[in-house]
Design a binder for this molecule. Structure first.
Ligand code: WQD
Length: 342
């Protein structure tokens, strides 16, 4: 009997890629999503890739009664991967209360139900934003967290504390927080990928939409940073590599290999690339000349961050494998597929 895993936010970008990897690994997946930032067609596309349509429940996890009702109807869930959250940095500055309610209450409801219905394992989707601008690079899991630059980043930090304290108070529960760096790219089938609703906040979907002619040009937010070419540096990680790390984290918990009941892992490549390097690599990978211009810095951006991946490599036995060119090409193939570009 396949083990049943609940994936909240499973029709989203990272969630959908993780559902595919879970199904490919033989797990039985049920998704909860409120479809506030994703489309239900993702379910069909997951099924086209894996041959299995995941079970799906549409409701908002901030509604405790609906969450309790879900667990009454779905017994035997062995673990939860909690992606469900609002995640646009800029938007969080404009509507902070929505971010605090949505991101904190949904996790609190999930943890209360895990206690109530004896669901022992959780993998939590966290973010490198908890580090702010690190004083020392690369970043390890011991790098001190800093005050978040945005309400979104603060919800990740507070949620880590909620998780940590709840797990410490409930020895029969155990969890892993995965701190993502910058997820990019799409599944090789080009059937699932990042589909931002409205104007993309993130760099790579803005690049692919510019290449597809949906945007006039890319604005590069600043070239006066203390970096080799002046533009900001990030650690861009292929979304499929990231998804595979979630399966490994789930198996670590299911097999009781965790060393404490709250663990944290950085998920990055260990390489930092600047915005202008991403632009040039995209042009090289696709043969498309990208229209861009340098503008002022974006409020709340940090200058540079990339991960020390030693702990995840050694302790999880996981390493990001896909290169930047291949990953940017996968993002472009996805964009072409959804825009009907040959
Ligand atoms: C990357 C770089 C921008 C758009 C955010 C979240 C983080 C994680 C990943 C969830 C920056 C520059 C961007 C554009 C640009 N999300 N840029 N022009 O801000 O590093 O991280 O997404 O886990 O938590 O904070 O990602 O893709 O927005 O920006 O020059 O049109 O690209 O200034 O230097 P970011 P991003």
């Amino acid at each position: 009997m396949a083990k049943k895993i609940l994936v909240t936010g499973g029709t989203g970008y990272i969630g959908s890629h993780t559902v595919v990897e879970l199904q490919m690994a033989g797990y039985d997946v049920v998704i909860i999503d409120n479809l506030s930032n994703s489309n239900i067609e993702v379910l069909d596309n997951i099924a086209k890739i894996t041959g299995i349509a995941p079970e799906f429940e549409k409701f908002d996890l901030t509604e405790l009664d609906k969450t309790i009702d879900f667990f009454k109807r779905y017994s035997g869930i062995e673990a939860v991967i909690h992606f469900a959250a609002s995640k646009a940095v800029g938007e969080s500055v404009e509507i902070p209360l929505h971010y605090y309610r949505n991101n904190l209450v949904s996790l609190i409801n999930m943890l209360e139900c895990m206690e109530k219905f004896d669901v022992p394992n959780i993998v939590f989707s966290s973010s490198c934003t908890v580090y702010g601008q690190p004083d020392k690079l690369p970043v390890t899991e011991q790098t001190p967290r800093k005050d978040a630059e945005s309400p979104y980043g603060n919800t990740k930090r507070v949620n880590e504390d909620i998780l940590n304290h709840t797990l410490n108070a409930n020895p029969h529960l155990r969890g892993i927080a995965l701190r993502y760096f910058n997820p990019i790219g799409a599944h090789e089938s080009a059937l699932i990928g990042e589909l931002p609703l409205g104007v993309p906040n993130n760099l790579v979907p803005f690049i692919t939409q510019t290449a597809a002619g949906l945007r006039d040009g890319l604005k590069v937010f600043g070239d006066d940073y203390n970096t080799p070419d002046g533009s900001a540096i990030r650690d861009y990680i292929n979304v499929v590599d990231l998804a595979k790390a979630h399966v490994i984290a789930i198996e670590r918990l299911l097999k009781g290999k965790n060393k404490s009941n709250y663990e944290v892992f950085n998920l990055g490549t260990g390489n930092g690339y600047s915005v202008l390097e991403i632009v040039k690599t995209f042009e090289k990978a696709t043969g498309i000349k990208l229209n861009y211009k340098i503008v002022g810095r974006r409020e709340g951006d940090i200058e540079k961050i990339w991960a020390d991946t030693t702990y995840a490599n050694e302790e999880l036995g996981w390493k990001a494998e896909k290169g930047l060119e291949e990953t940017l090409l996968s993002a472009w193939n996805w964009e072409k597929n959804i825009r009907g570009i040959k």
